[in-house]
Design a protein around this ligand. Sequence first.
Ligand SMILES: NC(=O)c1ccc[n+]([C@@H]2O[C@H](COP(=O)([O-])OP(=O)(O)OC[C@H]3O[C@@H](n4cnc5c(N)ncnc54)[C@H](OP(=O)(O)O)[C@@H]3O)[C@@H](O)[C@H]2O)c1
Length: 258
Amino acid sequence: MKVAIIGAGNMGGSIARGLVQGSLVKAIDITVANPTNTKLKALKVFNTEIQTTNNNQSAINNADIVIFAVKPWLMQEVICQLSLASDKQIIVSVAAGIPFSEYEQWIGPSTTIFRLIPNTAISQLQSMTLIASHNATKEQEQLILNLFNEMGVAMLIPEKQMAAATALTSCGIAYVLKYIQAAMQAGIEMGIYPKDAMKMVAQSVKGAAELILSNETHPSVEIDKVTTPGGITIKGINELEHAGFSSAIIRAIKASNS
Ligand SMILES: NC(=O)c1ccc[n+]([C@@H]2O[C@H](COP(=O)([O-])OP(=O)(O)OC[C@H]3O[C@@H](n4cnc5c(N)ncnc54)[C@H](OP(=O)(O)O)[C@@H]3O)[C@@H](O)[C@H]2O)c1
């Protein structure tokens, strides 16, 4: 299976590195195109077998899957300059906010297209990747899920949920980082060195996520386990609520849903 990636930036580069580390695509079968060379050279340093080019058309010529990872405002120009084998190739776009109806106008109504929204943790193979499909068979959907499940967790969702789910995952990662930053500030005020505080909080966040992902429990079940009546955790949790913590999170995520 040959994969072309158009755009070697944060997303395109991370996807290329992720695919190389996975088991489904060989490095030699990955071609990455970018107009300038610095990011392509970095990919070559990561794995010499990855193919690189400045020519988008030559990158896609023999590809089974073409992944577009350019900025949303460049997407139309980049796609329309190419001669895609749209009856054979699976098209994947990571651009936020472009509906299938627009791709249909650029590529044709019967092309198999996936919209894909990873988050920045894809560079650590820990992405929450959202996938919506258009004109795809069950096998094609499973293929794309398999590819991106090797870079974290991938989930197939209806296109109409894409914006809301992006607020939870792509924007959501920034909210979690904001929590880590705020908790670090508290730790520092209490005399803990910043580096130590960062590790303590980040590992606690990772542990909390593992608890609910591994056990599939509701967060309230896990919270209940640490809130002894009259204890210190419930005092802190109630302080959070008095300060409007849940409300602030809900409002922030709804604000990011656009
Ligand atoms: N970052 C995120 O968290 C995130 C999450 C989900 C989805 N996305 C989506 O991912 C896409 C890429 O975002 P990014 O953060 O990876 O941006 P980025 O780092 O700026 O990468 C975009 C790349 O596209 C290259 N490029 C520009 N014009 C091109 C052309 N004509 N042909 C081929 N490549 C071209 C750029 O090359 P030069 O720099 O050399 O010009 C750059 O390397 C966007 O559509 C964004 O909506 C991003």
